[in-house]
Design a protein around this ligand. Sequence first.
Ligand SMILES: [Zn+2]
Length: 394
Amino acid sequence: MRGRRTSGAVRPDDIRQHNLSLVLRHVHRDGALTRAELTQRLHLSRSTVGALVGDLAQLGLVEEVVPSGGERVGRPSHVVAPHAHGPYAVGIDVDIEHVTVAAIGLGGTIIAREVLPTSPEVTPTDLVALVAGALTGLRTTVGAASRVCGIGASVPGTVDLSTGRVGVAPNLGWEDVPLGEMLEDVADGVPVVVGNDADLAVLAEHQRGNARDCDDVVFLMGRIGVGAGIIVNGVPVRGRDGHAGEIGHNVLDPTGPPCHCGKRGCIETFLGENALLGLAGRPSRRTDTEVADLFNDARAGQREALRAMGAAAESLGRCIADLLNILNPERVLVGGTMAELLDLARAEVEAAVERYAFERSHPGVELLLPAFGADSALLGSGEIAFTALLADPR
Ligand SMILES: [Zn+2]
């Protein structure tokens, strides 16, 4: 959100677009702001900000309202807020047993959501058909006054961001799936963007959550699989093919259990949901309940469950230590099922980080839970869906 330097001749029209984009980004990220706050932040004149706000209001993107609540002396000052009936993004979070489809307003507010049960065997075609039905449902719920400006989808797999093609989503059994194109076929001309779940989770947390004031952050997402979303110096790190952060397949122990990727002893075989169940001597998951039961048993002091948590906490600490050594972040957010593991066994996780991280790379690093709980990836999918509108609000 820093000012952009341009060289050569700049047309007044470009400046106007740039400034409209700036105002809308600030309101989108920070919620309601007074004109005075916008003037101060953007280093523009009061009259320029007034004109920009007027344009955005005419476009139906913002509205000026009197904030509710709080006793105020004198005339209440209006704030510039996302328009209540402004355009919304559709966020889609594809998980192993369900898909969540939500209408997300400017400002990152979830207006409506549908959670549809699926299964690990769901085919891309079946999933897209489910999403198509949910899109129709959401349009009815939100009402015809608002339009959809973009669709973003989060997938637990590798994604080519430019094409929306899923390279591999191992826990869904998907390989080389043109998900972006398939969703476009049911999107009525609305643009579609697809991203990796951890990459999108870190985006949402950096925008408005527990990493909003922090430019070096890693989001470690652990559900069945384990992956990291990375922001370095404020910029998302995706790598050449979008595979950066696939830490779940770093080998912890080459003599360890076989991994679905073909190697042995990957982090995922010690830390994913099935790994947790296996450590407690339980069969692999069929539904979300087995993992929830395991956590409940651990909290109740059941011995095998606690032993499994201890072993997984050690692996989580090692995994975080690797990330600290390579990236030296200021914060690590732990999400998915691993958030619950961190919550339950924080002391063990921190002790393992202490043991395995390079001495200089970990002092002061904060291990946090995501601000948005299980919704980080969903909200991140909304963020990428807003990208085009935020770049050019006209
Ligand atoms: Zn592996």
